[in-house]
Each structure stands twice: as C-alpha cells, then as structure tokens.
Design a binder for this molecule. Sequence first.
Ligand SMILES: *Cc1c(COP(=O)(O)O)cnc(C)c1O
Length: 386
Amino acid sequence: MTESRKPSTTVVHSGRMTRAHFGTVNTPVYRTSTILQPDLATLEGHSAPYVYGRRGTPTSRSLEEAINALEDGAHTALAPSGLGAIALALLSVCSAGDHVLVSDSAYWPTRGFCDRMLTRYGIETDYYDPTIGAGIAALIKPNTRAVFCEAPGSLTFEMQDIPAIAAAAHARGASVLMDNTWATPLLFQPLAHGVDLSIQAVTKYIGGHADVMMGYVCANEGHKARLEQTHGDMGLYCSGDDCFLALRGLRTLPVRLPRHQETGLTLARWFAARPEVERVLHPALETDPGHALWKRDFKGACGLFGVVLKPQPEGALAALMDHLDYFGMGYSWGGFESLIVPAHIHRTARPFDAQGPVIRIHAGLEDPDDLIADLEAGFARMSKVK
Ligand SMILES: *Cc1c(COP(=O)(O)O)cnc(C)c1O
C-alpha cells in the first residue's frame, strides 16, 4: 500500500485475493470446519495459512485485512456482533482486580456487560462524564486498566476529547478502548488519535443493508498479541456468508456515508426549526456543544442523531411515530432505510437534561423531501393529541 493512498481507494483494493481465486473480484464464501493439510510436517509445523475453520478462512481473512488497512491497525479480530466485539475488547485487557472507566454515554448493553459480567469476574466499573476530557486523570486509580470511550455517545451524542483522554490514560498505564460505530473508520480514525483497541459494530454502516450482525476489534501493535489470544481462547467465529456480506457492504461505504450525512443534516436542521423541538443532538450542527471537537477530529458525520422534544401529553409520541410511511420503528441503524425509535436514557455519572421525550433518527438513503413530508404529517398527528 502506498503511503498517500486515500481511504476510499483502500476500501476498494484492500483484502482482495483475486489471483488466488481465478480472477474473481470478490473472495468467495468459504464454508468449512476441517482444512486438510498436505503432509505431517505442515500439519504439525502450523505453517499452513489456514488450519481450521474457526481460526480463519480466505473469506474472513479478506475482511480482516481490509479493515486492518482502513484502521491502519496491527491486528483485526472479528466477533459475531458489535456487543461481542465490545466484550472481546474489554476481556482482552482486563483481569480480576482491575478497574475500568466507561463513558456515561456508552451504548446501554456495554453497561450491562460491565455491571454484570465484569463484576462477576472481579473487575470494577465506574462511569464518567463523557465530556470530561483531560479531567479523566483524576478518576484513574492504580488498578485502572482501561478507559472505554464512545463518541458521539449512544442516544445523547456528546463528543469526547479522545486525544486528551488517551494521553491521560496512557500516562497512568491504562489502555484506551473506543466504540467508533457512529463514525466508522472512514470518518474517525481511533488508533491515530491514541486509542489502543478500536471497536466497530459492523452490523451498522459497514454491513449497511440491515442483513448481517457482526463486530470487530482492531488493535495497535502493543495490543495485538492480547487481542489475538483472547479472541482465540473465546472461540469466536463469524461465518463465511456473514464475512462476505460485510465485505460487500464495506466496498460501497465511501459512497453511502456522505449521502447519510447529507440527509441526516437536512433532517436535523428541519427538526431544529420546528416549534415542537427543544434541541437537536448532532455534533455536526454549529450550535452543538461538541461541534468544535467534532470539527477538529472527525472527517464527517453519519445519518444518526437525536431530537429532544418539548414535553408532550400522553399518547403524543405514538401519534408521531405510528403510521409513518418511511421511518421504520426498530433497533439498529446504518442500513439503507430510515428509522425512528424513542431513546430511553439511563445515566449515573452525569444526568442528561431533557424535560420532554427524546427520539433517535436514522436518516436512510430515501429522498429527503419524502422523509420530511412523512415527519411533517407525524407532527401534525402529534399536535392533535391534547
Ligand atoms: C448497535 C451498536 C452496538 C452493538 O452492535 P450489535 O451488532 O447490535 O451487537 C455497539 N455499539 C453501538 C454504538 C451500537 O449502536
């Protein structure tokens, strides 16, 4: 790879094994458990490129290589879901007796993993104000092994000063983990900003079509061995079919993301001008408290943002959300379709200030005019509820 290569070229050209596959552009789907070796020396010398289905096939390796190139990482490990990748990253660095610091804005199931699983294994979790920046230093204890970041945060979209947090954590010997699902490695490069383990829910934008569940952890050189070993010990495996779908999604990410961004910003500005809306949570808006950090570190935005509504009477939210033509109601995001869900925010370190209901919008690839007409009709239904 040439140093000057741009990310969209990397997305197209990395992880391809064309010559090894009779000239096919895509690495085919390999379905296998056993991989036969030619002789005893190869079998026992572990010198073959592929030794067993769970340990990797050309399909999974193609995906890992493509991601590794995009993240500029030392090693990428695939997990069967984004949450699985979060668990893998935390288990790669933490041992009994350790302490971890997790952003109060982290994806809710991340908290579940820390509060239930990590607690059972003698690892203690404290939550911190996502906007703490260099102030994280005051929370780091002698046994703090990891600082977990997510920016912008799930549901509330606060930005984090990742380089400042990383500098403070590294000064005290703690590793920095980041869930970078919102930006994808195209819009923010965690490892280049001091993160040690970059986590992605492939389920979202890389899959991109609401038809695959997967995650990955990409490590820098210093964390490569621990990640590799933990991944192997946990027996994690992703099917060739799913790796193929993830690769297929990845190849068009650089053309999909700008459209999600553009429509997301169009909708965010439309919401911000509505009388029913208290404020819009979107770091690419100039008025957002995290805008300066976003502008400094990120190359763009995706199509996911939040809207804080003014207090509404009972039944108002259902009137808005039921009967929308184009916004589906369901979890996940990052597919080609628009989505809307209510956001239920649970915080413990720093309360989130919202008097009215909060909704989360995913801007899909539909025409924004149609999406706005759909939301306009929804607000008209909502205003009839007294
Ligand atoms: C969806 C999501 C995950 C989890 O991904 P799954 O594949 O659903 O397990 C993790 N982090 C963030 C920020 C997410 O939005």
